[in-house]
Design a protein around this ligand. Structure first.
Ligand code: NAD
Ligand code: UDP
Ligand code: UDP
Length: 318
């Protein structure tokens, strides 16, 4: 059955892949984005599709449309971007969520929230199961994002309990792939762009902190599967790849794969940078029958190819 689906943040990295997939499945997609970090290039190839509509809109302000499902992705996502205007970041996550929940309530739409592993903060439990309540510094530079996303989860639960809104909460762990911003400071894009240009690879701290990297296609599959579960399963559910790497290992892998002459350059570790992160995906396996399928090297190859083309097209990066 063709559905009308709203994707907020649809011109961003994850959003554009989601929109593409939903259109591919024959749905009608409405993309809402204020283009803070999103890019028209990400969705330009979809504009000819009659079932695709794009609205420039900021979700901090109310939005009145008629839809069956909402994927709420609008929020800056990388530390550089969410710390650029922290007040706006928390407003987007709190006021934006209230508006999208108000919309879901009015039109009786099902709504999925793109929450994040950041709600676990610098975790004392490893790997992180959904039952872990987290270790977030309310006062630090990451709080605008972490606490904004935590408050959003609370709002989703309250709209569910109080107003009967059908909600779905997923906690996304570090995701990478084509259409990441070349200069949003995230580790995979940074290292690939640096390696391709034979520039120093910037390691923050000593590089022993860990992350677990999920390829975009695996995430999209998990999101769609979660949206389609029965209404009684609301999550939260971790969606991520449990294969864990030290940041310095990631650097070495990317240097090897690109045949780069880059050297490692050590820089200070940013404040509140989590020491380790790895999802426990038992619940996703059990409830969604989902698990990531794409190995790091396989995903990195596609991502390197994307950035290589981007570099060749522009001679430099935008
Ligand atoms: P992105 O920056 O590429 O996409 C976010 C999009 O939201 C952009 O297009 C931006 O312009 C838009 N946006 C921001 N504020 C808005 C507002 N007030 N109104 C309307 N649009 C607005 O980032 P992404 O990596 O695609 O992340 C998408 C979502 O997934 C975010 O909510 C992020 O918190 C979440 N997430 C991402 C990751 C990851 O590893 N990429 C991990 C966990 C959670
Ligand atoms: N809202 C919206 N679109 C809608 C319905 C509501 O943007 O289709 C906004 C509404 O303007 C309000 C928020 O969502 O700011 C929360 O709506 P709710 O009905 O929960 O609260 P109320 O309007 O009673 O304050
Ligand atoms: N990082 C790094 N060099 C960079 C960018 C990031 O060493 O050029 C580190 C960063 O300090 C963190 C990890 O890589 O420990 C992941 O950073 P990212 O910003 O991608 O994601 P997040 O910290 O939000 O998980």
């Amino acid at each position: 059955m063709r559905k009308r689906i709203l994707v907020t943040g649809g011109a961003g990295f994850i959003g554009s892949h989601l929109v593409e997939r939903l259109l591919g499945e024959g749905h009608e997609v409405l993309c809402v984005d204020n283009f803070f970090t999103g890019n028209k290039e990400n969705i330009a190839h979809l504009l000819d599709n009659h079932f695709f509509e794009m609205i420039r809109h900021d979700i901090v302000f109310p939005l009145f449309v008629e839809v069956d499902e909402i994927y709420n992705l609008a929020s800056p996502a990388s530390p550089i971007h969410y710390q650029y205007n922290p007040i706006k970041t928390i407003k987007t996550n709190v006021m934006g969520s209230i508006n999208m929940l108000g919309l879901a309530k009015r039109v009786r739409a099902k709504i999925l929230q793109a929450s994040t592993s950041e709600i676990y903060g610098d975790p004392e439990i490893h790997p992180q199961p959904e039952s872990y309540r987290g270790n977030v510094n309310t006062l630090g530079p990451r709080a605008c994002y972490d606490e904004g996303k935590r408050a959003a989860e609370t709002l989703f639960m309250d709209y569910h309990r109080q107003a009967g809104v059908r909600i779905k909460l997923i906690r996304i762990f570090n995701t990478y792939g084509p259409r990441m911003h070349p200069n949003d400071g995230r580790v995979v894009s940074n290292f690939i762009v640096q390696a391709l240009q034979n520039k120093p690879i910037t390691i923050f701290g000593d590089g022993t902190q860990t992350r677990s990297f999920q390829y975009i296609d695996d995430l999209i599959e998990g999101m769609l599967t979660m949206m389609d579960t029965e209404d009684s399963f609301i999550g939260p559910v971790n969606i991520g790849n449990p294969e864990e790497y030290k940041i310095i290992e990631l650097a070495q892998k990317i240097i090897d794969m690109t045949g780069s002459r880059s050297k490692l350059e050590f820089r200070p570790l940013p404040e509140d940078d989590p020491r380790k992160r790895k999802p426990d995906i038992t619940l996703a396996r059990e409830k969604l029958g989902w698990e990531p399928k794409i190995q790091l090297e396989q995903g990195l190859r596609k991502t390197i190819e994307y950035f290589d083309k981007l570099l060749q097209k522009n001679g430099h990066l935008p």
